[in-house]
Design a protein around this ligand. Structure first.
Ligand code: GRF
Length: 217
């Protein structure tokens, strides 16, 4: 199955959580602006109005909207609201960029192989609930691994799961703290996310079972 094979210019949406600083979003916005990604951001959805990530989107002239999951007692209602927005903006690809929650199943089902997430470790290691931010980098350092990195993957119903589109490895240095490792990994995240969205925009992402093949240009 080829992801977004027939879309000429991708309409992208992003979702960000709470206080999301939005550095991945910033990298994607810049890559759309420079033409590196053949696509355009249609909307950025945040869970809290004061998220710096939403400010970045507004500064780039992109529509933003806030949907607080706490307002909804059920995933079903929350999912309906999200889907209404994604359909209104005719979104082709949804990028989770520091979105820390589980997406409602209805959204995952409505966008099969059309949702990307970035994770600050080499999945399937160091993923799952509770594995975010410094927790991930601390777990990597404590494991004794010499290599960490980042993963951009297609989103399925589980946490930090789904076919892997791009991974970039980053060395773990002997004197690393979670903060110093995070600082190195985030730079790789920006590269990996731009590359993954670019591959999708070019119709080069082919999902074969749990594996992804990227076809040559
Ligand atoms: C990144 O580390 C990403 O892997 C994780 O959330 C963080 C978001 O960072 N899912 P930023 O808001 O893009 O700077």
């Amino acid at each position: 199955m080829t992801v977004l094979a027939t879309v000429p210019s991708l309409k992208i949406a992003a979702m960000v959580s709470g206080q999301g600083r939005g550095s991945n979003l910033g990298a994607l916005l810049a890559a759309c602006e420079s033409g590196e990604i053949a696509g355009k951001f249609a909307v950025v959805i945040g869970t809290k109005a004061e998220a710096p990530a939403l400010e970045r989107a507004r500064a780039a002239g992109v529509a933003t909207t806030v949907v607080s999951p706490r307002k909804y007692s059920e995933d079903v209602e929350y999912g309906e609201v999200l889907l209404r927005i994604l359909r209104k903006y005719e979104v082709d690809l949804l990028c989770l960029a520091g979105y820390m929650r589980h997406l409602p199943p209805s959204v995952v089902a409505a966008f099969p192989n059309r949702i990307l997430n970035v994770h600050p470790a080499l999945l399937p290691l160091f993923g799952g609930q509770g594995m975010y931010g410094e927790h991930v980098h601390r777990a990597v350092i404590e494991s004794g691994m010499k290599v960490s990195g980042c993963t951009v993957h297609l989103v399925d119903e589980q946490y930090d799961s789904g076919p892997i589109v791009v991974q970039i490895a980053v060395p773990v240095e002997e004197d690393d703290t979670p903060a110093t490792l995070a600082a190195r990994v985030i730079k790789a995240e920006h590269q990996a996310y731009v590359r993954a969205v670019q591959f999708c925009a070019q119709g080069r992402v082919h999902v074969e079972g749990s594996r992804v093949r990227i076809s040559p240009e």
